[in-house]
Design a protein around this ligand. Structure first.
Ligand code: ZN
Ligand code: ZN
Length: 569
């Protein structure tokens, strides 16, 4: 950073972890570097390759018909003989959501903590055969050996139980993934981040730390998850009708707070949405969620209680069209209708890109007579990610030799890098990695080598990874300017056009002249095509398509998709 004169602080590791080993350690993000979503990073040394997290991302608005986005696994598949383990930090979709695509193509165990294992298992069972999948359950604090490497799970606080930072011991020191974390000193489940262990790992020698940078642009310390109880309490106490609370289906701590507040106010709790019901079942069974038996009722039984005796947990905080709350807002959810007097609490932060659809859902709910409370009205949501001072604390505890902010967009990585420099880390020891980058660490240096193949694979609603960039470009063109279909018939015996071509348009709003002109111009095209070429359907279609595109562009700026259909008669 220009002009920043900082004393090299005494905590800054000045020497590398002592290592005379010649092996290269490589850190290769295949997702999650320079973006928030589809986290997936490879750590390798010699014949051992470990993947940390296999997550998905949600589509952007221009991803027409795309359900989810997953990392390009080409590099992993090319090296699957060396792939020894998949390690999961926690059960959020951006860390585990692409497992069902990778697991059928590789054979190595998946290591994770019990709660992550239970959620992952229940999701995988819906999609793939579990017979070939080995899930090795570990406890926070455990270390497992993977080839020449070892992997230690260190508890950190986040918005889902049993999140673990991952410490991978290599010949050149520890590669530490902070995972998604915050330093919450009053977590809902009382289970604190293992600060002492993080500091010990720092003493042992962390060669590089890959750090959550989602909230690096928020100064200070993030509020504790426990703060939400007060916000919920205030809203629920004032509500006279039913209360619905929407949140991520995996946010067990938030559910616990909503349930506690419901009980305080003499309300029974029900849940909508298959994902939420399943998660509640798993969390109750494993003891992560405490709900007295007589407090939890079936959704179909809510009719037996008055409005002021009910609190309903629901999915749909991100405006997902098929989620229960979205269906309710359209009056399409058979099991529950929104009525005047309902209060709906939005206890989640929009994933960037979802804002517009969330506001549309909220507006529809208001129209139905409900009152919708967001965290602008009351503190009913806090982030699960560290604010800047918490990230500084992590850096100070771990004192990595190299620092690489991930789980953030380039703007987050930029602020993180600046922060590290102000803390005394020299510029050349801070890496702003991009997906596909190969960060090589040897006994003395670290450098970024030629990238490996990486990118996004687009998956449709049916789970097929079949939406290519080309398909997407066509969908965009269709959405913007519609389609022009030219059909013509060719007499294959005489090698002549059998009838005048016809043009049909759908969703095209250009002037009629453009279409008429395009038809006229086709006459020229046909005379230019010799009797031999006319039987080459592909050639004819290409010439026709090009001609129609040219004619239309003379009249207007529009670029509709042009389809030529040749019938042989
Ligand atoms: Zn995440
Ligand atoms: Zn997370």
């Amino acid at each position: 950073m220009a002009g920043a004169q900082v004393m090299s602080p005494s905590h800054l590791p000045s020497n590398r972890y002592p290592s005379a080993h010649m092996a290269l350690v490589k850190v290769i993000p295949l997702g999650g570097a320079g973006e928030i979503g589809k986290n997936c990073t490879v750590v390798e040394q010699g014949d051992d390759l470990i993947v940390v997290d296999v997550g998905l991302a949600f589509p952007h608005e221009e991803h027409y018909g795309v359900d989810i986005v997953i990392p390009d696994f080409t590099y992993l598949l090319e090296n699957k003989d060396r792939l020894k383990a998949i390690v999961l930090t926690h059960a959020h979709e951006d860390h585990v959501g692409a497992l069902s695509f990778l697991l059928p193509q590789v054979s190595c165990p998946v290591y994770c903590t019990p709660f992550t294992a239970a959620l992952v298992q229940s999701k995988l069972e819906e999609r793939i055969h579990m017979k070939e999948v080995t899930i090795e359950v570990v406890q926070p604090g455990d270390t497992v050996n993977v080839g020449e490497l070892s992997v230690e799970f260190v508890r950190v606080t986040h918005s889902i139980p049993e999140t673990s930072a991952i410490a991978i011991r290599t010949v050149h020191g520890i590669v530490l993934f902070t995972a998604d974390f915050k330093f919450d000193f009053t977590p809902v489940d009382g289970k604190l981040s293992n600060l002492a262990r993080l500091a010990e790992l720092g003493d042992e020698g962390v060669v590089i730390m890959l750090c959550d940078s989602t909230n690096i642009d928020r100064p200070g310390w993030g509020p504790s998850e426990s703060r939400v109880t007060d916000g919920l309490r205030r809203v629920v106490k004032d509500a006279t009708g039913r209360v619905l609370v929407t949140m991520f289906a995996s946010n067990i701590h938030r559910m616990q707070q909503a349930i506690d507040v419901a009980i305080e106010n003499g309300r029974k709790v029900a849940a909508t949405g298959r994902r939420m019901e399943t998660t509640i079942d798993i969390a109750r069974r494993m003891g992560y969620l405490v709900v007295p038996e007589d407090c939890y009722i079936r959704l179909d039984d809510i009719g037996k209680y008055s409005a002021s005796q009910l609190l309903i947990l629901t999915t749909g905080s991100q405006g997902e069209p098929m989620a229960a709350l979205s269906q309710m807002s359209r009056g399409e959810y058979g099991r529950l209708k929104i009525v005047e007097g309902d209060t709906i609490i939005y206890s989640a932060r929009p994933i960037p890109g979802n804002e517009a659809v969330i506001w549309r859902t909220i507006n529809r709910l208001f129209k139905l007579g409900a009152i919708v409370v967001t965290d602008a009205d009351s503190p009913i949501h806090v982030s699960g990610h560290a604010y800047q001072e918490e990230i500084k604390m992590m850096v100070n505890l771990v004192r990595p030799f190299y620092f690489a902010p991930v789980h953030g967009e380039p703007r987050h990585q930029h602020i993180s890098a600046k922060m590290a420099v102000t803390m005394g880390w020299p510029q050349h020891r801070v890496f702003r990695l991009a997906n596909g980058d190969v960060l090589c660490i040897d006994a003395e240096n670290a450098f970024v080598d030629e990238p490996v193949q990486s990118g996004e694979v687009l998956v449709d609603q049916h789970g097929n990874a079949a939406v290519s960039g080309e398909v997407l470009a066509e969908r965009t063109a269709l959405g913007h300017d519609g389609v022009v279909v030219v059909s013509m018939a060719i007499d294959t015996e005489s090698g002549e056009f059998a009838a005048r071509p016809e043009i049909e348009v759908r969703g095209f709003s250009g002037p009629d002249d453009a279409v008429l002109d395009a038809l006229d111009d086709l006459g020229d095209v046909f005379t230019k095509i010799g009797p031999n070429d006319i039987r080459d359907t592909e050639k004819v279609e290409k010439a026709v398509t090009e001609s129609v595109r040219r004619s239309i562009s003379r009249h207007c700026q529009q670029r509709p998709v042009v389809v030529a259909v040749v019938l042989e008669v």
